[in-house]
Structures are given as C-alpha cells and as structure tokens.
Design a protein around this ligand. Structure first.
Ligand code: 2NE
Length: 276
C-alpha cells in the first residue's frame, strides 16, 4: 500500500492507504510497545478520526518495530513504570485506565479492525488484539496474560470475551498460570485467524482488508454489531438496533411519520402492510 501519514503523534504512527485502509501502530518498541495514558489518548484520537471518515472500511492495528535488539512487539500492556495507586499516571499526574475506553471504541467502531501481531502480545496488549475483529500473527508472535503475576487483571473483555473465543478451560489456564503461548498454539485455540511470516504480515493484512472492502459496508457493519450484541448485553443490542433505525429512516413508511408530525396531521401508514 501507498501509506501517507494521516496525523503525527508522539507514541503512535497513523497512516492512510488512500484506498480505504487506516494503519495505527503503537510506537514504543524499546518498551515492547507498552502503553501509557498518552499512547491510549492518541489511539482514541486516531480511531475517532477513522470512525468519522466514510472512506475508511478497515483498520490495521499493529506494533512498530523492531527495537534496537531486533525484537518485534504488538503490545506488552500497561507501562508498569508509571503504574500508580489508581491506574497509569499521565503527564498531569492523573491516574487513568483509559485502555478500557479504547477496547470499547474498537468493538463499537462500525468498521473492521484487524490486529497484526508481529511479536509480543502480553497483558493488556493481548486484550487489545483480542478485542479486534480479526487477528493475524507472525510466526514468532507470543501471547499471554501476566496480571496475576504483576498484580493486575482484566476481568472484562480480557476474561469473559477470551473465554468466548478459546473456551472456559483454556481461558482459566491462560489467566491462572500466566504462561506464554506461541502463534501456532494461539491459532489452535482460536485466538488468531492466521499466521504469516513476519516479512509478509502487513501485506497479508492488506490482502484481507481489500477482500473485506469489496463487500457491502452496511452488511459488514450490521454483522459486526450482531456479533457484538450476542456478548455485550443491552449496549450490544443498542448498537445493532441503532443501525436498524438508520435503515428504517430511509423508508417511505418512516418518512410518512416524520412528515405527518411536521405537517401537524395524523400519520397515514395505510400504504404499508404487515410484512410476513
Ligand atoms: C513482553 C515481555 C514478555 C518481553 O520480554 P523480553 O525479555 O523480550 O523483554 P524485557 O527485557 O522484559 O523488556 C524490554 C524492555 O521493555 C520494558 C522492560 O522493562 C525492558 O526495559 P529495559 O530493562 O530495557 O529498560 N517493558 C516491557 N514490557 C513493559 C511494560 N509492560 N511496562 C513497562 N516496561 C516494559 C516482557 O517484557 C514482559 O513480561 N513485560 C511485562 C508484561 C506485563 O506484565 N504487562 C502488564 C500487564 S497488566 C496490563 O497490561 C493491564 C491490565 O492488566 C489491566 C488493565 C490495563 C492494563
């Protein structure tokens, strides 16, 4: 792809392919792409720009690299060096756990988010790849949770949604033992969709993105909402039902209701049947 920089940030790279794909890369390779509140704020900003751009249908979320030693990472979770009493400390001294907002934004984004995992996906970084719609890993990728070892946990999507993907037994193993898993194991347990050579990871992501972009945006958007609805309770149903409201607004039947109100007359729905 012919990537051009969309917006310049400190902790992330943000590019646009010009043909429907955005690329967001966490860019702290010397810290295995651990995130601090600023990193997350920048990702929230980039994802919001993507959300509002009608030309973008697919986002590739990845980790920049390698570091000076040649090690690639997707993300190693929260930056433990700035972890405080109530979260992760930002430059103003406020403690935040804003990665939870990012998880929700990725899930409710009405576009497809593909994680490209070029190396470590650990802790909150594993959860970020988990909440993406699809995930492609390089052969060297390593997955795992560390919470119970470092005094943390993600009992939201990080556990419940993990269990939906890999089953209750495996999810409990992953969290209780804090082991690491290679990409083959991740594929076998349903944590990722595919494995590629690291040199081909981005190209493979672009191939998947282009295949998706050939399809109907509305169909994909509603399917994503329906996959979410099954897990996300009333918030999930709200997302799905909101899209049906949008579609309904385009019908003459719905327009009759609006027009009758504006014209201060009773609505006449007699032209519209009770479809079987
Ligand atoms: C990722 C892993 C397994 C890589 O191991 P290795 O041996 O390849 O690298 P190393 O030497 O551990 O790390 C390289 C540099 O990156 C820093 C390290 O401190 C080290 O720095 P220097 O010694 O070179 O100065 N680094 C790596 N991960 C970091 C992190 N998360 N925060 C700050 N610095 C980090 C290995 O590095 C590892 O296990 N990392 C920690 C993984 C972890 O425990 N993450 C936090 C889980 S909790 C969480 O993410 C979370 C949550 O549970 C709930 C809500 C929100 C977040």
């Amino acid at each position: 792809s012919n990537w051009t920089e969309w917006k310049s940030y400190e902790d992330i790279l943000f590019h646009n392919s010009g043909d429907g794909i955005a690329r967001i890369a966490i860019n702290r390779p010397e810290k295995r792409n651990a995130f601090r509140p600023k990193t997350v704020c920048e990702m929230l900003d980039a994802f919001n720009l993507v959300r509002n751009d009608e030309k973008i249908g697919v986002v590739l979320l990845t980790g920049a690299g390698p570091d000076k030693k040649g090690v690639f990472s997707f993300c190693s979770g929260g930056d433990q060096s700035i972890r405080g009493q109530n979260g992760y400390e930002d430059d103003e001294g406020t403690q935040r756990l804003n990665v939870l907002e990012l998880q929700r934004l990725i899930r409710t984004l009405p576009k497809v988010v593909i994680a490209l995992v070029p190396g470590f996906a650990i802790g909150g970084g594993q959860v970020l790849q988990l909440v993406c719609d699809l995930s492609i890993a390089s052969e060297n990728a390593i997955f795992g949770q560390t919470g119970p070892r470092v005094g943390s946990f993600d009992a939201g999507f990080g556990s419940s949604y993990l269990a939906r993907l890999v089953g209750q037994r495996k999810a409990r193993e992953i969290w209780f033992l804090c082991r690491k898993y290679n990409s083959k194991e991740a594929l076998e347990m349903g944590l990722v969709n595919a494995i590629t050579k690291i040199e081909e990871l981005e190209a493979e992501g672009v191939i998947w993105a282009r295949e998706i972009l050939r399809n109907s945006p509305t169909a994909i958007r509603i399917l994503k909402a329906s996959f979410n609805a099954e897990c996300d309770g009333i918030a999930g149903i709200q997302e799905l039902s909101g899209y049906t409201t949008q579609l309904f607004y385009s019908t003459d039947e719905a327009k009759e209701g609006r027009d009758a109100f504006l014209e201060k007359r009773p609505p006449d729905f007699s032209d519209y049947g009770w479809t079987p």
